[in-house]
Ligand binder design. Structure first.
Ligand code: HXC
Ligand code: NAP
Length: 276
């Protein structure tokens, strides 16, 4: 598909931007001429992504390793990005962790780990980026998930965290709107070949059932999500704020039904086997 957006002279930061969906977003902004910064825990993944951003035509590319659970490291990371690139026009916040586990089988720390990455990580990123956002005109995009509004068995931690992420989106659209800062969430459906989809559909049978349940008849791909982010980051979306945009092939209209049920069945069988 031809890129119709021009992000020359724009600065973009993608947090959790070194693999899967978020890396795809960073790469598309790079190909559209932006200077792009990415961050995640692994320095190797950061370095590899920066090389790819440059190869795809980024005006400049920068990477920093930090864990979104550490608010001081996140603040230092944004200060460094600002030092090199100046104010941020577009911020994508997408760092997340997920594993399927029934609530009764999960330790308190397991639940808290996902809350700390997805939910606390989001507010750490928002607060650290806030002083450096272009006013007016900045666009923030949080990468959410269908778990924000659909309950899935084995996903109580992710459902709680992503619902919180979308409420941060809605609340900050009120708090920061008068400064000319827009904020929206993008909800990818099941995206082909990604870590998230592999973890939730670990067998060909589950993947087949899941694909059948998607009204558009296919999994999404990373470009589907990146296209929505390019739109929300552009002036074409200048009156859109506080919204939660599903890019999910109409998965939401179907609900979590058979997919959630399959996951629950698998997890209960594994749990029963473990308990003997
Ligand atoms: C039960 C588990 C578990 C599992 C970890 N834990 N995996 N519990 N079942 N499968 C528990 C551990 O035992 C530990 O609790 C606690 O969780 C923390 O685990 P650590 O390994 O110490 O955590 P950490 O090294 O910080 O790694 C975080 C992680 C990991 C989330 C567990 O998987 C990760 O880094 N993930 C990032 C990549 C990722 O998840 N990508 C997919 C994103 S997709 P105890 O009590 O033992 O200390 C997504 C939505 C997809 O977010 C939606 C699709 C539609
Ligand atoms: P992924 O490839 O595992 O990407 C996760 C990214 O976040 C990586 O760059 C990872 O890099 C980083 N990250 C993880 N924990 C971090 C932490 N504590 N601090 C900083 N960075 C961290 O996952 P994905 O499947 O593409 O998912 C990407 C986003 O889309 C997530 O927000 C997810 O919830 C959402 N989503 C995915 C799907 C799907 O089908 N895959 C569906 C709906 C929503 P490091 O390992 O280097 O830290």
């Amino acid at each position: 598909m031809a890129t119709t957006f021009d992000f020359n002279n724009k600065t973009v930061a993608v947090i959790g931007g070194t693999s899967g969906i978020n890396r795809g977003i960073a790469e598309r902004f790079a190909a559209a001429g932006a200077q792009v910064a990415v961050a995640s825990r692994s320095q190797d993944k950061v370095d590899d992504t920066v090389a790819s951003l440059k190869a795809r035509g980024a005006a400049a590319a920068l990477g920093i390793a930090f864990d979104v659970r550490d608010p001081e490291a996140v603040a230092e990371g944004f200060a460094k990005i600002h030092e090199s690139f100046g104010d941020l026009d577009i911020l994508v916040s997408g760092a997340a962790g997920n594993f399927p586990a029934l609530a009764a089988d999960m330790s308190v720390n397991a639940f808290k780990t996902v809350i700390d990455i997805d939910l606390m990580g989001t507010i750490h990123v928002m607060k650290a980026a806030y002083p450096y956002l272009t006013r007016p005109g900045a666009s923030i995009i949080s990468i959410s998930a269908p778990q924000s509004y659909l309950p899935y068995e084995g996903q109580s931690h992710v459902c709680a965290a992503k619902a919180g992420v979308d409420q941060i989106t809605r609340t900050l659209s009120l708090e920061w709107g008068l400064e000319g800062i827009r904020i929206n969430s993008v909800v990818p459906g099941f995206i082909d070949g990604t870590e998230g989809a592999k973890r939730l559909a670990p067998s060909p049978e589950v993947l087949k059932g899941l694909t059948r349940s998607i009204p558009l008849g296919r999994l999404g791909d990373c470009d589907d999500v990146a296209n929505a982010c390019l739109f929300l980051g552009s002036d074409m979306a200048s009156y859109i704020s506080g919204t939660v945009l599903a890019v999910d092939g109409a998965l939401y209209q179907r609900g979590s039904g058979s997919t959630g049920e399959m996951m629950g069945h698998m997890l209960r069988a594994a749990s029963a086997q473990k308990k003997g």
